[in-house]
Design a protein around this ligand. Structure first.
Ligand code: FES
Length: 115
């Protein structure tokens, strides 16, 4: 799984979150008190774009219906069984990088198949 650069660290100060798109996959990256976290960017409720929502008190807030997810654990605040997947994130040369599930630009075996 490769690390892919998604933003400059200076563009994501503490208390902010952002959407990162790698190929067709969406992630939300948050900076909580100087710690970076990367999570799935699609809300499990009805596919809201989490990176387009607000970020407050360490919670990513879905812009569609307000579900809140802890950016450290990925847990939905009203039901911890519902959890966003987390991805390793690092800073490399001032660039925020996410360890994405597959090589960007490489089509996975089943990506093209109709289901
Ligand atoms: S789609 Fe995210 S709360 Fe409904």
């Amino acid at each position: 799984m490769p690390f892919v650069g998604v933003a400059r660290l200076e563009d994501l100060p503490p208390g902010k979150s952002m959407e990162a798109i790698v190929d067709v996959d969406s992630y939300v990256v948050c900076n909580h008190n100087g710690e970076l976290h990367a999570l799935d960017g699609i809300c499990p409720h009805r596919n809201g774009p989490l990176g387009a929502g607000n970020f407050a008190d360490g919670k990513v807030i879905c812009p569609y219906h307000g579900w809140e997810f802890d950016c450290l654990s990925g847990e939905y605040d009203l039901n911890p069984q519902v959890r966003l997947k987390k991805y390793p994130v690092r800073v490399n040369g001032g660039l925020i990088e996410i360890d994405v599930p597959h090589e960007p630009g490489v089509q996975m075996e089943n990506d093209w198949e109709d289901t």
